[in-house]
Structures are given as structure tokens and as C-alpha cells.
Design a protein around this ligand. Structure first.
Ligand SMILES: NC(=O)c1ccc[n+]([C@@H]2O[C@H](COP(=O)([O-])OP(=O)(O)OC[C@H]3O[C@@H](n4cnc5c(N)ncnc54)[C@H](O)[C@@H]3O)[C@@H](O)[C@H]2O)c1
Ligand SMILES: O=C(O)C(=O)C[C@]1(C(=O)O)C=C[C@@H](O)C=C1
Length: 324
């Protein structure tokens, strides 16, 4: 029986691209996988990991004849990648992506999409702090959301076909307006990363200023922040450059709420602090009950919190090499 897609072209083969390659193949969702990336070292690594069927440094070669093309590069690279591949996208092809922002993606890609090609941007709400082809794993998308942001006039049949692809990799799929996606992700993903980058930077500066061993004696709460703050610098630079308005709006709200906590600490308002912390503890429990924390432990991989507290050798085994 033939797979739902004949040829999947993955442009970019880091954490997300390699996870799609592994999952799509494991679940028989594509007949063939073509991989393109810009650096020969990355392509060699992908080949050594046997992630695809054909490999190329030329994205047009990968895209030619593909009925599903997924951009898996940092969003700042979309313009140049699309300029390259647009002339070889064939009518009937679904063009999608995995970028962490969506309004910018519509704005940059839509004007260049040839007639007959369905643009259906997507975003799997799943990831780790690791980068590169060796970082991927087939279970990454299991029981995680994948948000698709098609335009109102996009073929429903194509949206359903792409939804089935993500469901085939274990995800739950939801369609959403791109601007709404960007506001939701600004507060649930982008600002948490900004906070982590900030607190780790502040601690490092404090250590340098006071010439004391602040990091050495940090407890596991801070270690959790260092995991997030180890996330790919280029990817996150592009997220903040391309979701600026939503991030600034949510940052305003976040700062107001932080001021309320600051005031409670300053004035010794124990009741306010306890009420807030009780509320957030309940939220954490509901997140766990909903099974949205991480899918990794059920598939024989170490749980992320095990990784964070494991000896360095275990952490190295889990993480892929970084790829620029
Ligand atoms: N890391 C996460 O947790 C996560 C989760 C969901 C979505 N995403 C999104 O997925 C996309 C890829 O992220 P990733 O974590 O797989 O990154 P990664 O760094 O692991 O991989 C990026 C890939 O893109 C290639 N690349 C980089 N710049 C390029 C360019 N200018 N032209 C062509 N190829 C280029 C790299 O060589 C690499 O193969 C990003 O848009 C990101 O926003 C990431
Ligand atoms: O678990 C992590 O390391 C992640 O940061 C994954 C995470 C997130 O949840 O914020 C990061 C960016 C994505 O666009 C989607 C998922």
C-alpha cells in the first residue's frame, strides 16, 4: 500500500527536521524523504544517521517532484529559502513549515507561493534545547499539539491530509488563526525563554561581579532555567525578531504581574504570596494530568528532569551535536 505522501522534502535537518524524518518513516507516512540543508557537514551527518533517501545541498533538487515540502530552518531564513524553491514547487504540492511564529511566516511566504500550491504553515508544540540532525527522535511529537494556521480559502482536503500526517506521528492537531497563535505562544513559550535567558545571564554577571561561586551552588530550580537558556541562539533570535509585537504586549502584562509580586514581597503580604503560589501549583498539576508535560518517558528515553539531574555523560548521550 502506498503512503499518503510520495515524496517529503525537508529543508533544514536539525532537531525538528530529523524528528519528522524519523517519525514519518517509522509510521509509513511517506514513500521517500529528500533532505536539503546549506552545510555539507550537516548533510553528511544526516546521511550517516540514515535520516532520508536522497540528500542535497541544493534545495531545488529536494523539492522537485515532492508532494509535501516542510521548511525546518530558523524563520529568519525563510525568505531566501522560498526564493530558491518557489520556481520548482509543483501544483498539488502542500508547502508547510514548523516555525515557532506564524503571522510572519504567512507574510513572507504567501506572496511567493505559486498557483496550485497549498500553503499550510504549522508548528509542533514540542522540542528540546538541542540542535542539529543527531538531536532528533521519532517520539518527539507523540501526544503533543501541532497547530496548523491555514488561510480561510486553503483547500480543506489538503488541511485534512496534512493533519492526518501529524496525527500519524502521534500529535493532536488544532487549526488556529496565525495572529492568535503568536499571542498564545508569546506568553507560553517565547517569554519563558526570554526569562530563562535573562535569569541565567543575571546569575552569570553576579558571579563575575562578586567573584563568588554562585552557579556552583545553584539548586535544581536554576538548573531547569539553564536547560531552557541553552536553546538555539539563532532560532530564538529569529523568534523575537519576528514576533516582536505579541512578545512586547505579553511582556507588559508579565511585568505588571511581577510588580504585584514584588509589592507583596516588599510589604510582607504572606496571604497574597500563598494565594498566588497555591494557584500556580494547581496549574502545574493540571498540566501533568493533561499529559502535556513531555512524551519522552514512555518511549524508553530518559525523562527531561532525569536528564537535567543526570551526570554529564547521560546528558551528552541524549543531546545531539549543535548545528549552525
Ligand atoms: N527547537 C525547538 O524546540 C523547536 C520546536 C518547534 C519548532 N521549532 C522551529 O523549528 C525550526 C527549526 O528548528 P530546529 O530546532 O530544528 O533548529 P536546528 O538548529 O536544530 O536546525 C536548523 C536547520 O536549519 C538549517 N539552516 C539554518 N539556517 C539555514 C539557512 N539560512 N538556509 C538553509 N538551512 C539553514 C541548519 O543547517 C539545520 O539543518 C525553527 O523555525 C524553529 O522555530 C523549534
Ligand atoms: O522543551 C523545550 O525545550 C522547548 O522549549 C520546546 C518549545 C516550548 O515549549 O517552548 C520551544 C519552542 C517551540 O516553538 C516549541 C516548543
Amino acid at each position: 500500500m502506498s503512503a499518503p505522501f510520495k515524496k517529503l522534502a525537508l529543508i533544514g535537518i536539525g532537531l525538528i527536521g530529523s524528528s519528522i524524518a524519523l517519525a514519518a518513516r517509522r509510521h509509513g507516512l511517506v514513500d521517500a524523504i529528500a533532505i536539503a540543508t546549506r552545510k555539507s557537514e550537516t548533510l553528511d551527518e544526516a546521511r550517516a544517521l540514515n535520516l532520508g533517501d536522497v540528500y542535497s545541498l541544493d534545495a531545488t533538487e529536494a523539492v522537485r517532484g515532492a508532494d509535501l515540502v516542510i521548511l525546518c530552518v530558523p524563520v529568519g531564513a525563510y525568505g531566501s529559502v522560498m526564493e530558491t524553491i518557489a520556481p520548482v514547487l509543483e501544483p498539488g504540492t502542500i508547502l508547510s513549515d514548523v516555525g515557532s511564529v506564524k503571522a510572519f511566516v504567512h507574510k513572507i511566504l504567501a506572496p511567493m507561493v505559486p498557483k496550485g500550491v497549498s500553503l499550510i504553515p504549522g508548528h509542533p508544540l514540542a522540542g528540546t534545547e538541542h540542535s542539529g540532525p543527531a538531536a532528533g527522535f521519532a517520539e518527539l511529537f507523540m501526544r503533543r499539539w501541532c497547530v496548523l494556521t491555514p488561510d480561510a480559502d486553503t483547500s480543506q482536503a489538503d488541511v485534512e491530509k496534512l493533519s492526518a500526517f501529524w496525527r500519524g506521528m502521534g500529535s493532536q492537531v488544532e487549526t488556529m488563526d496565525p495572529a492568535h497563535h503568536d499571542r498564545v505562544l508569546a506568553i507560553t513559550s517565547h517569554i519563558p525563554h526570554l526569562v530563562a535567558y535573562n535569569i541565567v545571564g543575571t546569575v552569570a554577571d553576579l558571579e563575575a561581579d562578586t567573584q563568588s561561586e554562585v552557579i556552583k551552588f545553584s539548586a535544581s530550580g536554576f538548573r531547569d532555567f539553564t536547560r531552557i537558556a541553552a536553546s538555539d541562539p539563532v532560532m530564538w533570535r529569529d523568534v523575537f525578531l519576528t514576533n516582536r509585537e505579541a512578545v512586547l504586549e505579553m511582556l507588559g502584562r508579565f511585568s505588571e504581574d511581577l510588580s504585584v509580586l514584588q509589592r507583596a514581597v516588599r510589604s510582607g503580604d504572606g496571604a497574597a504570596l500563598e494565594a498566588m503560589f497555591t494557584r500556580t501549583r494547581a496549574i502545574r498539576r493540571s498540566v501533568i494530568d493533561a499529559g502535556q508535560e513531555t512524551a519522552a518517558p514512555d518511549f524508553g528515553r530518559p525523562h527531561q528532569s532525569d536528564i537535567d539531574t543526570a551526570p554529564d555523560s547521560v546528558v551528552r548521550d541524549h543531546g545531539g551535536g549543535d548545528d549552525a
